[in-house]
Design a binder for this molecule. Sequence first.
Ligand SMILES: Cc1cc2nc3c(=O)[nH]c(=O)nc-3n(C[C@H](O)[C@H](O)[C@H](O)COP(=O)(O)OP(=O)(O)OC[C@H]3O[C@@H](n4cnc5c(N)ncnc54)[C@H](O)[C@@H]3O)c2cc1C
Ligand code: FES
Length: 263
Amino acid sequence: MVMAVQGLIDMSMCTSLPVVALNRLGSDRFVHLILQSPGWKWIPGQFVMLRPSSWSQDPFGARPFSIADIDEQGLHVYFQVVGQGTEYLSGLGPGDRVRVWGPLGRGFSYEEDKALLLLAGGMGLAPFVGLIRTHPKPINLELIFGHRQDIAGYPFQRLEQQTLAWSFQDRTEEDLLELKRVLGLKIRGYAPEGEVLACGPRPFLKMVKGLSAEFVARTQVSLETVMMCGVGACLGCVVPGENKANLKACSQGPVFRAEEVRL
Ligand SMILES: Cc1cc2nc3c(=O)[nH]c(=O)nc-3n(C[C@H](O)[C@H](O)[C@H](O)COP(=O)(O)OP(=O)(O)OC[C@H]3O[C@@H](n4cnc5c(N)ncnc54)[C@H](O)[C@@H]3O)c2cc1C
Ligand code: FES
C-alpha cells in the first residue's frame, strides 16, 4: 500500500530531512519539532505529511501537520501527542531523519492590505505562526485563540509579541459561551469586507461557520481531518461539500471557503 500510494505522489515533493531540534512546550504532550529547512516557498495553511525513516509497518502511515513556519532555523511543526503516531514522533531526536511530503494542499488566500481576523482553536494555532511572521503589515491582523489545555503548550506568547492577540481558555460551558460571544462580536466587526481565517477542531470551525453565516462574513476554514495519503489518492479524507457531493480535504483543501464545506 505504501508503494502504491508513493507511486501516485509527485516524488519531487518528497524529501528526507534531519531533525534539528525537538522541544517540549509546557508538558511532554506538546512538542515543537524543527526539521532542516527544505527551502520551500509555502502558503500558510498548507501542510506536510511526516513519516520518520525508522518507522516500519506500525504505525503505518505518514501523519499530516500544518507548516507552522519555514525560516533560517528550519521547518517548524507544533503538535500535540494524541495517539501512536504523535507519540513516536515526540521521541525523535536531533539527526533522526524524517520523510517529508510537501508543501501540500490549498493554503489560505488573503490580501496584504485587507484586515484579517485569525481564529485559532487549540493546535489550529500552528499555521498562523508563519502567517503572522511573514505578513508585511501585521497592523492589519488580529488573532483570537481558544484553547482547552494550558497555554504554555502552544506558541502563543511569541505571537502576542508580534500582533494584536487574545486568548481564551475554554474549560467549562460558561467559558465556551464567552468564547462564542467574543467570536460573534469580532466576526461581526470584520464583516462584510474583512477576511476571517479559521483553523481548529471541527466543533470550533462549526461555531465559526455558523457565526459567519449569521453576520455575512467572508470566512475560510482549515480542516484537521484524518488523512492517509495526503495527496488525493486514497479518499481517506473526504468531507461533505455544501454543493458538490464530496470534497477531498488534502488536495481540494485543507482550506475551504466556509460556505463550501458542510461541518
Ligand atoms: C491538514 C492538517 C494539519 C494538521 N496540523 C496539525 C498540527 O499542526 N498540530 C497537531 O497537533 N495536529 C495537527 N493535525 C492533526 C494531526 O494530524 C493528528 O493529531 C495526528 O495525525 C494524530 O496521529 P496519531 O497517530 O498520534 O493519532 P491516532 O492514533 O491516529 O489517533 C488518536 C486519536 O486522535 C484522533 N485523531 C487522529 N487524527 C485526527 C485529526 N486529524 N483530527 C482529529 N482527531 C484526530 C483519532 O480519532 C483518535 O481518537 C493536522 C491534521 C491535518 C489534516
Ligand atoms: S488523504 Fe488520501 S485522498 Fe486525501
